[in-house]
Ligand binder design. Structure first.
Ligand code: 2NL
Length: 364
């Protein structure tokens, strides 16, 4: 047996005996690494005569190839064995029940917005939306709100450093009316829309949050009068509170954008510390509660939007969504709406697949 054959036999038996990947790697380095025994043989070829090289070269290369192949085979075998060990140790019981996925719920404000869209859709109203960052003209001027109006003060409205083309500060809309201004500018009457969304006022106490939700409604058509306004609000409130005994009281008021204007009160009674909407406010045990603002759209507002107020009339109203939600679903603290407390949401939120329906009442 030549020296090379003896060396190969020794290496082969070492490789076969290597019990793990570390031992095998150590053998590879000892044979084929920079200072390895076979590497030394390969280097020695450089110092041989051509005849010697011709005799020795093939044997040394054959040795290198045999050892390389043996190392690879042994590595494959050890890898497979290691995988078998891991698979045995990490066995997963696929029949065990999966972890419960946390399930979110529908926020009462979202729920009420959906109910409002559904009720008004039945009366032919489309839903209109617009940006929360508005310009001064759409939020104030077009609505006949004078320069001196307190709502325009720095301490009532959130202004941005950025200005519009007229050099007036951009702002966070204080109501969704600008959406209705946009609609009147963009499409021909007849118009029947509701504009739900977030609005912002610099106000913060137990009953006011700097951000709240509003729905405004707007109808523009020929021959619209205050009877249409009252019927629409009455039909809406009966559907929303799911009661036929809703009584409205229209109380004269003032808004720059409507003339005449009316606050809309509803009769209610107090029951177990909760306000139950329904009944005549002057009846025993009952009282009136202000719920909406409304009126006939001011001729100036119609004209500001490029329409002829002698041809087109309309009514409009505004209502706080958060308060509508509190009244129907019994929450008593407005601030809790926006705290993001998951316990509150678990209590007052609605399952995505079991939301209250208007026809079916509150489902299980
Ligand atoms: C309130 C008052 C109201 C309107 C909003 C409106 C919008 C246009 C034209 C005329 Cl574009 N009016 N909106 C009208 C009356 C009252 O809201 O107290 N909201 C809670």
């Amino acid at each position: 047996m030549s020296d090379y054959q003896a060396m190969q036999a020794a290496l082969m038996s070492d490789i076969a005996a290597a019990s793990d990947l570390d031992a095998l790697e150590a053998l590879r380095v000892a044979a084929l690494g920079k200072a390895g025994s076979i590497t030394a043989l390969l280097k020695s070829l450089g110092g041989m005569t051509p005849d010697e090289r011709q005799a020795q070269g093939p044997q040394i290369h054959a040795l290198r190839e045999a050892v390389t192949a043996a190392l690879a085979d042994r590595k494959t075998a050890l890898d497979a064995a290691a995988l078998d060990v891991r698979l045995a140790a990490e066995a997963i019981d696929m029949t065990l029940p999966a972890d419960a996925a946390p399930r979110g719920s529908v926020h009462p404000v979202s729920q009420v917005m959906d109910e409002l869209a559904e009720i008004f859709a039945d009366m032919g109203f489309a839903v209109a939306t617009g940006p929360e960052i508005e310009d001064d003209w759409r939020n104030f001027t077009a609505l006949n709100i004078p320069e001196t109006h307190p709502a325009r003060a720095m301490h009532d409205t959130f202004y941005f450093p950025d200005t519009d083309a007229e050099g007036r500060a951009m702002l966070l809309r204080t109501h969704t009316s600008p959406v209705q201004i946009r609609t009147m500018m963009a499409q021909e009457p007849p118009i029947r829309i509701i504009a739900p969304g977030r609005v912002y006022r610099s106000d913060s106490d137990a009953t006011h949050t700097p951000m709240f939700h509003q729905v405004e409604g707007l109808v523009i058509d020929r021959g619209i009068h205050i009877g249409h306004l009252k019927w629409t609000l009455e039909t809406f409130l009966k559907a929303y509170f799911e009661r036929d005994d809703i009584v409205l009281r229209l109380r004269p008021s003032y808004f720059p954008f409507t003339e005449p204007s009316a606050e809309v009160d509803v009769g209610y009674k107090q029951e177990k510390g909760r306000r139950i909407v329904g009944g005549h406010g002057d009846d025993d045990g009952h009282a009136w509660m202000e719920l909406l603002g409304s009126g006939m759209v001011n001729r100036r507002v119609i004209a500001n939007c490029g329409l002829d107020p002698d041809e087109w009339q309309g009514f409009a109203f505004g209502v706080g969504v958060d308060r509508l939600a509190m009244l129907k679903y019994g929450m008593d603290d407005l601030r809790a709406f926006f705290d993001g407390d998951l316990r509150w949401l678990a209590h007052y939120g609605f399952g995505a697949l079991s939301v209250p329906t208007l026809s079916g009442g509150i489902s299980a």
